[in-house]
Design a protein around this ligand. Structure first.
Ligand code: C2E
Ligand code: MG
Ligand code: MG
Ligand code: MG
Length: 270
């Protein structure tokens, strides 16, 4: 600005607007927790061997007073960047455990845990206390991590995963196949479940050899003793082919969209 306004007039106002929008969003996220604007929706997973619902994934929603329902893609990246994902994530874990404690035994709940939560020291404590307070058995809680968590590949990340596993908590690899080195991550920790990214399910309808990758991942899962869930299944045709390729479970709009907890209960107890 000291250089004289004229120099920057083309982009400075634009930057300003973006910075302001960012700061506004950060402030809003800070207040959202206190104002109880967050809620969880749940999306069930179906086992293809016995046609039963086995569990569901908790997906965060934000009921913003002016903007309506804001999807996670619009606030989680910033929350992650400024560290707010830690308190938000703690709320998610506690709420998911509390909800799941009243579901039929055997139904698991999966929670997405982001890289910043792994960097903070509190994850294991948070999970231990959420399980204790809710009374949920540890083996009914699943955490989903993406390769971003393992990218930090430090000893602590792996130690945390092993501590969670020792408690009985299950660990899933989310969005499998989209990163740079999904295969090597499978080697670094004995995951319970591989979630095949939606883009591969999409390829089933659009690419000639769309099945090859799903078949390969399903085979990999079978050899490693891991459950394989296909994400984003929307059509009967996709489901038929996924079953034929040997995946064990499916999740997607065909089974159900993510729904509020009351609706989930109807799905679990039809
Ligand atoms: P994700 O963990 O891979 O979750 C699956 C996403 O796919 C969800 O989007 C879900 O609504 C969507 N989906 C499920 N079935 C279908 C389908 O058949 N078709 C299509 N087109 N989409 C489907 P959502 O809820 O918008 O969440 C997006 C991402 O935000 C999640 O991806 C996850 O990475 C992140 N996220 C959501 N909740 C949390 C949370 O509580 N904590 C953290 N750290 N991240 C979260
Ligand atoms: Mg997930
Ligand atoms: Mg995913
Ligand atoms: Mg994702």
């Amino acid at each position: 600005k000291l250089e004289g306004r004229g120099t920057y007039q083309f982009f400075e106002p634009e930057m300003d607007v973006r910075m302001q929008a960012r700061r506004r969003l950060e402030l809003d996220i800070r207040q959202a927790l206190a104002r109880r604007e967050f809620l969880l929706h749940y999306q069930p997973q179906l086992n293809l061997e016995n046609q039963r619902l086995t569990g569901c994934e908790a997906l965060l929603r934000w009921k913003h007073p002016e903007r309506g329902t804001v999807p996670p893609s619009e606030f989680i990246p910033l929350a992650e960047e400024v560290g707010l994902i830690v308190p938000i994530g703690e709320w998610v874990i506690r709420q998911a455990c509390r909800d799941a404690a009243s579901w039929p035994a055997g139904i698991t709940v999966a929670v997405n845990v982001s890289p910043a939560q792994f960097k903070s020291d509190r994850l294991v404590e948070t999970i231990v206390s959420a399980l204790a307070m809710s009374g949920l058995a540890a083996d009914r809680l699943e955490i989903e991590i993406t390769e971003g968590v393992l990218l930090q590949n430090n000893e602590r990340t792996l130690e945390t995963l092993h501590r969670l596993r020792a408690l009985g908590v299950r660990v899933s690899m989310d969005d499998f196949g989209t990163g740079y080195s999904s295969l090597s991550y499978l080697r670094s920790f004995p995951f319970d479940k591989i979630k095949i990214d939606r883009s591969f399910v999409n390829d089933l309808s659009s690419k000639t050899d769309g099945d090859a990758i799903i078949r390969a991942i399903a085979g990999l899962g079978r050899s490693l003793g891991m459950t394989t869930v296909a994400e984003g299944v929307e059509t009967e045709e996709q489901m038929r082919r996924i079953r034929a390729e040997g995946c064990t479970d499916v999740q997607g709009y065909l089974i159900s969209r993510p729904v509020p907890v009351e609706q989930l209960l109807h799905l679990l107890n039809p």
